[in-house]
Design a protein around this ligand. Structure first.
Ligand SMILES: Nc1ncnc2c1ncn2[C@@H]1O[C@H](COP(=O)(O)OP(=O)(O)OP(=O)(O)O)[C@@H](O)[C@H]1O
Ligand SMILES: [Mg+2]
Length: 363
């Protein structure tokens, strides 16, 4: 894959605070990369550094094979969309879309062609003569996207563009952004703290914590093989169940011994054999837990007490007390269980993640 955006050895400080130290990131041409992480981890800072909106202390930024580290934002070949739409309130949608092109001195015909195309792609045609105050939040955000679109740039940068919208609009516009990317095929770097946006939109997700990219991989890899307990806990809802325990070997049998009744034969997990005798964390996602007794001897199985039942429409989250803590189980449909019931559960060994207890790193 050709590189579209490359960050090398990036360092950013605000006064005495080092927000990013020695960060590297390579984004492929046409790739949709999501920067995901909790509030304050440095996502916007990284995006602003790519856009040229903040000064960097060290490192280089390359866009489309040009070193743009010291270039003005307008010369970087990027279009940016922010959470706050930042539209000109006194201008119509059409004027908002064309203003930047006019200032850049683009011929009128070409300006009109681009505005027309963006309006059609974003379903804004009927709204072109309205003022921003006469638009819904979703429509305003589409105008903001359109304003980046008309610039015909190689790289789009989005900073939480959907977080001011209500849940339904957010879902709709998310699909539109994905469709737009499929249609345009240009590079997109998209900041969010919403794991669903990350999983649904990204070709690759960069999960950030405290200014560091902890894993950069496909949504599938991040979901199924999270690099550590932080990432495992950040992705997935409800969050992954973590059971603390130790691995004990007796002859050929390796047993996971957790708190209270948590005890599984984990001999089939070849990759953890070297951790026998050590403390580990067993991770299993709520959607991989199954109600009912084990269907075959490969399964890890146990009994638990139901505490809370949360119907979610398509499925139900059943919270059980197991191993001395509340654990979530996502069950399809409407299981007939009630608080106080004792239930059997099981889960397949291939769905389990193991982590070192000491530092949370995946085994
Ligand atoms: N101009 C600034 N001056 C001082 N500190 C700053 C400045 N901008 C950001 N920071 C600090 O840098 C860190 C990263 O901020 P950043 O805005 O990149 O986080 P973020 O991941 O985008 O978070 P959020 O999800 O809340 O938008 C934070 O600790 C923040 O307080
Ligand atoms: Mg931010």
């Amino acid at each position: 894959m050709q590189t579209s955006v490359a960050i090398k050895d990036l360092a950013i400080e605000f006064g005495a605070v080092k927000v990013i130290e020695k960060l590297d990131l390579n984004v492929g041409r046409g790739e949709f990369v999501v920067l995901l992480g909790p509030s304050g981890c440095g996502k916007s800072t990284l995006l602003n550094a790519i856009a040229g909106l903040i000064d960097i202390v060290d490192g280089e930024v390359w866009i489309s094979d040009k070193n743009v580290t010291w270039s003005e934002p307008k010369d970087r070949g990027i279009g940016m969309v922010f959470q706050s739409y930042a539209l000109y309130p006194q201008m119509s949608v059409r004027q908002n879309l064309s203003f930047g092109l006019k200032v850049a001195g683009l011929p009128r015909e070409e300006t009109e062609r681009r505005v027309g195309k963006a309006a059609s792609m974003l379903q804004l045609e009927a709204l072109l003569d309205r003022k921003p105050s006469e638009l819904s939040g979703g429509q305003r955000q589409r105008v903001a996207i359109g304003r980046a679109l008309v610039r015909n740039v190689d790289v789009f940068l989005f900073d939480e563009p959907l977080s001011n919208l209500d849940a339904k609009l957010r879902n709709e516009l998310r699909v539109e952004i994905k469709r737009l990317h499929q249609e345009l095929g240009n590079t997109m770097i998209y900041v969010t703290h919403d794991q669903i946006e990350a999983l649904t939109l990204a070709d690759r997700i960069a999960v950030m914590r405290k200014g560091v990219i902890e894993q950069f991989a496909t949504p599938h890899e991040i979901y199924h093989r999270p690099a550590n307990t932080f990432i495992a806990g950040f992705i997935g809802s409800p969050t992954m169940n973590f059971l603390k325990g130790a691995l004990e070997r007796t002859g050929d049998t390796l047993t996971f011994i957790g708190t209270a009744e948590a005890r599984f034969d984990v001999s089939s997990h070849a990759n953890i054999a070297s951790h026998a005798g050590k403390p580990v964390i067993l991770g299993i996602r709520p959607e991989h837990m199954v109600l009912g007794p084990a269907t075959d001897t490969r399964m890890h199985a146990g009994k638990a007490t139901v505490k809370v039942v949360e119907p979610m429409g398509a499925d139900t989250v059943v919270w059980v007390d197991f191993g001395g803590d509340l654990r979530g189980m996502r069950i399809a449909g409407d299981p007939t269980v009630a608080p106080g019931d004792t239930v059997d559960f099981h889960f397949p060994p291939e769905r389990v993640s193991f982590f070192e207890a000491e530092n949370g790193v995946r085994i």
